[in-house]
Write a new protein. Structure first.
Length: 177
């Protein structure tokens, strides 16, 4: 089930982010695995702005750190260049292959359509299988000439050292917008 995130979810979101970063270590992207999740105040601001959603198990819970939580994934979104931007989507590695990330993205697509936005955008690693190729399967295409908002994001990512592997900006057009 996907629902709007609550401020009370913020600690669990940070733990999901930490866990979701760990698989990057296996492919040599320690910079991603070691990257701190967004601060609690930043995540809370997304919640208050209505641009944060969580996926939760319908029954039971899953261990996140020392807590039991029904949350298995989350997505936060921004608005850049007139589009809904996937700022972050993270799913617990133990939940991979269950289309949780796709469900969160489709939820965002509906949210964006309701607001008349023409597309979703994101930035990602081109060659990491659960990044570039995954997003292409979900209908995203590489942007050769990103707008000023996405260019600024890419510059910020490079300054943080995330360009150790090739990165790109992507866009998915929304039908009916």
């Amino acid at each position: 089930m996907i629902r709007a995130a609550r401020v009370a979810d913020v600690a669990a979101l940070r733990e999901i982010e930490r866990a979701a970063g760990e698989p990057f270590r296996a492919i040599g992207l320690d910079v991603v695995a070691d990257d701190d999740p967004p601060p609690a105040a930043v995540l809370a601001a997304y919640v208050v702005a209505g641009r944060a959603w969580v996926a939760e198990r319908s029954a039971g819970g899953t261990s996140i750190g020392t807590e039991r939580s029904p949350l298995v994934g989350y997505l936060i979104a921004d608005l850049f260049d007139g589009c809904a931007h996937v700022e972050q989507v993270s799913v617990l590695p133990s939940q991979r292959g269950r289309r949780i990330g796709e469900g969160l993205v489709e939820h965002l697509a509906g949210w964006a359509r309701d607001r008349g936005l023409p597309a979703l955008t994101l930035t990602t690693y081109r060659d990491v299988p659960w990044n570039g190729p995954y997003w292409a399967r979900l209908g995203f295409r590489e942007l050769i000439a990103p707008g000023p908002g996405l260019r600024a994001i890419r510059e910020h990512e490079a300054a943080r050292g995330l360009d150790v592997w090739p990165r790109l900006a992507m866009r998915r057009e929304l039908a009916g917008s």
